[in-house]
Design a protein around this ligand. Structure first.
Ligand SMILES: [Zn+2]
Length: 193
C-alpha cells in the first residue's frame, strides 16, 4: 500500500509535467501585456485628453473675460471724456457705461459685457464684476489702479475694494483673477495690488 502512493503523483506523460511545472503565469503575463497595456495607454490618452480640453476651456473663458474687461476700460475712458475726466459714481457704474459699452458691443442687449463669462454661463442675472470703490467720481490717477475686476459680488453695479476678489481665484484653474487697469491694460490682479 505504501509503495503505490508516489506513482500517483508523478505523471506518466513528460510533456504535461513540463507544462504544469511552469504553471499559468506565462499565459497570465501574456494576457496582461496584450490587454493591460492597450487599456493603460487608452486610459492615459483619455486622461490627458480630458485635461487638455479642460485647460483649453479655461483658457477660452479667460480670454473672453479679459476681452470684456478691455471693452469696459474703453467705455470708462469714453465716459470720462464726456464728464470732465471723471469716472462714474461706483454705485451706478453699469448704468453710466451702458451707452458707451453698447457702441462697442452688439451683444450688449443682454449687458453681457458687464458679466464675467464664468458667472454668466452658470447663473443668469448675475454679473461677477466690481468697480474699484476708491475710483468713484475721481480723475484718472498716476497710480494706474485696477478699475474693474473679477469679484465675489454678483449684483449689477457692484463696487468694492480688492477684498472682493474671488478666493480661490476664478480663472485659469483657480490661479488668476483679472482686472482692467486705469490705463486700459488688462491682466491678472491680486489683493495686494
Ligand atoms: Zn472673469
Amino acid at each position: 500500500m505504501e509503495g503505490e502512493a508516489p506513482s500517483d503523483l508523478s505523471s506518466p506523460n513528460g510533456a504535461t509535467t513540463r507544462f504544469r511545472d511552469k504553471g499559468p503565469w506565462p499565459i497570465v503575463l501574456w494576457l496582461l501585456a496584450m490587454c493591460g497595456l492597450p487599456i493603460l495607454l487608452a486610459w492615459a490618452v483619455l486622461t490627458l485628453g480630458v485635461r487638455w480640453m479642460g485647460n483649453a476651456r479655461e483658457e477660452q473663458t479667460a480670454s473672453r473675460c479679459m476681452d470684456r474687461l478691455r471693452k469696459l476700460g474703453q467705455a470708462f475712458n469714453a465716459y470720462a471724456a464726456d464728464n470732465d475726466g471723471l469716472y462714474p459714481p461706483a454705485p451706478i457704474w453699469v448704468d453710466a457705461l451702458v451707452k458707451y459699452a453698447a457702441k462697442k458691443d452688439p451683444e450688449e442687449q443682454s449687458e453681457s459685457v458687464f458679466r464675467c463669462p464664468v458667472i454668466s454661463a452658470m447663473r443668469t442675472g448675475e454679473y461677477g464684476y466690481a468697480m474699484n470703490d476708491t475710483l468713484s467720481r475721481i480723475k484718472k490717477g498716476a497710480a494706474n489702479l485696477p478699475l474693474i475686476f473679477d469679484s465675489d459680488l454678483m449684483k449689477r453695479n457692484a463696487h468694492s475694494g480688492l477684498e472682493s476678489l474671488p478666493n480661490p481665484p476664478r480663472h485659469r484653474n483657480a490661479r488668476e483673477n483679472f482686472a482692467v487697469f486705469e490705463d486700459g491694460t488688462v491682466g491678472a490682479v491680486t489683493r495686494g495690488k
